[in-house]
Design a binder for this molecule. Structure first.
Ligand SMILES: Cc1cc2nc3c(=O)[nH]c(=O)nc-3n(C[C@H](O)[C@H](O)[C@H](O)COP(=O)(O)O)c2cc1C
Length: 376
């Protein structure tokens, strides 16, 4: 590796182009969406989680999740599970299929594996969590593959063990830690807090990434300042708005806000994303799963909600592309740039609440359901 530019964020042999990451989101951050975000300014993307259950590795869902064609390095794959040797095997399996970084999910509720909840549930069992980290590092280190960890601030308010777990993970060889500023018990309620992330950053030598409720360039700057984090990770605010990475990068570099994208540019990016999406999923699944992306892209625009409802009745990929093209062209008759409506302060909470009744936001919905079951 040639000497990286000063101040670069380095992960093993990889020099990341910037410090703005797109968060792993099951049902959302598939390869087409990651490629789109990277093209529009994200410096790093983590795949949706892949289960450590071997019997599911050949399923269509898992093989689509392991598809990295055309994605720029480093390819980071998140794995979830509750058994150390299975997780080590899953890491090796994904490295064989192109993963260049392995991320361990202790940040969101993964499905039950062998009768135990994976993901953030592991934070309650520090010994098991560490056993998993050590096994995955042992599988990856000989192959030069960095292992990273994504966690929450703790299991519940009374047990915020992020600092202890992050320290132990660093000692075990983890190369970077991401912290979502909520406890597992909180699900997505309340606001993310950044003090615990700041404490993790202060306690570690490896890079620490701050995550949770970052939805504007101003918020990005505030969170970086409040936590001292080496990078920030953005999830829900990138849904339908993948250009948020370029907006944040510009603001951090200049202190000035970029105007919203030109409608013609946004149309080009969105339609290209749709074609990439259909190519991965095929006509029927692609048409259905593209609805949420289109819905998110139009939700904050005038007439977006009506369009979304109408678009959800269309049954072909061609029909979706034509409808979105026509709708954006009509919007461009009156506007040069995307005319975003003012958003409420709790725009992110709202996005998830809407998802309860909104078929187009099925990915958020499914995720919320899992959170609710776990915290009930
Ligand atoms: C639909 C959805 C799916 C998610 N899936 C995952 C996942 O597979 N792995 C993970 O670690 N976190 C997952 N998360 C959590 C996000 O990575 C992120 O930590 C969380 O949304 C907070 O960031 P935000 O406020 O920027 O959205 C998911 C979140 C959402 C909304």
């Amino acid at each position: 590796m040639s000497t990286p530019p000063p101040g670069s964020l380095v992960l093993g042999p990889y020099v990341l182009p910037n410090r703005l990451f797109v968060a792993p989101m099951a049902g959302v951050t598939d390869r087409p969406f990651r490629v789109l975000c990277k093209k529009l300014g994200a410096g790093y993307a983590v795949s949706e989680m892949v289960t450590s259950r071997k019997d599911l590795w050949n399923s269509l869902k898992t093989s689509r999740r392991a598809n990295h064609e055309g994605e720029s390095a480093p390819i980071s794959v998140q794995i979830a599970g509750t058994d150390a040797s299975m997780m080590a095997e899953a890491a090796a399996y994904n490295v064989d299929r192109g993963a260049q970084i392995i991320d361990i999910n202790m940040g969101c509720p993964a499905k039950k594996v062998c009768n135990k909840w994976a993901g953030s549930a592991l934070m309650q069992d520090e010994a098991l969590a560490l056993e998993i980290v050590e096994a995955v590092v042992a599988a990856c280190a000989p192959r030069g593959v960095p292992v990273t960890l994504k966690m929450r601030t703790g299991w519940c308010q009374a047990e915020k063990n992020a600092v202890a777990l992050a320290r132990a993970a660093e000692s075990a060889g983890v190369a970077m830690v991401t912290v979502h500023g909520r406890t597992r018990e909180q699900g997505y309620s309340g606001r993310a807090e950044y003090d615990t992330i700041a404490a993790v950053k202060a306690a570690l030598r490896i890079p620490v990434v701050a995550n949770g409720d970052i939805d504007t360039p101003h918020k990005a700057r505030e969170v970086l300042a409040a936590t001292g984090a080496d990078a920030i990770m953005i999830g829900r605010a990138a849904q339908g708005r993948p250009w948020i990475f370029a907006e944040i990068a510009h603001f951090l570099a200049t202190g000035e806000e970029l105007p919203a994208p030109r409608i013609a540019d946004a149309k080009g990016w969105l339609i290209e994303h749709l074609h990439d999406h259909y190519a991965l999923y095929g006509e029927l699944t692609g048409m259905r799963s593209a609805r949420k992306h289109i819905g998110w892209a139009v939700r904050a625009l005038p007439g977006g909600e009506d369009f979304r409802r109408r678009m959800n009745t269309l049954e072909t990929c061609d029909g979706q592309v034509r409808a979105l093209t026509d709708w954006l062209d009509a919007l461009a008759d009156d506007h040069d740039r995307l005319p975003y409506l003012p958003t409420a302060d709790d725009a992110i909470d709202g996005a998830l609440d809407d998802a309860d009744t909104d078929a187009a936001a099925a990915a958020n919905d499914e995720h919320q359901d899992q959170e609710r079951r776990l915290t009930a």
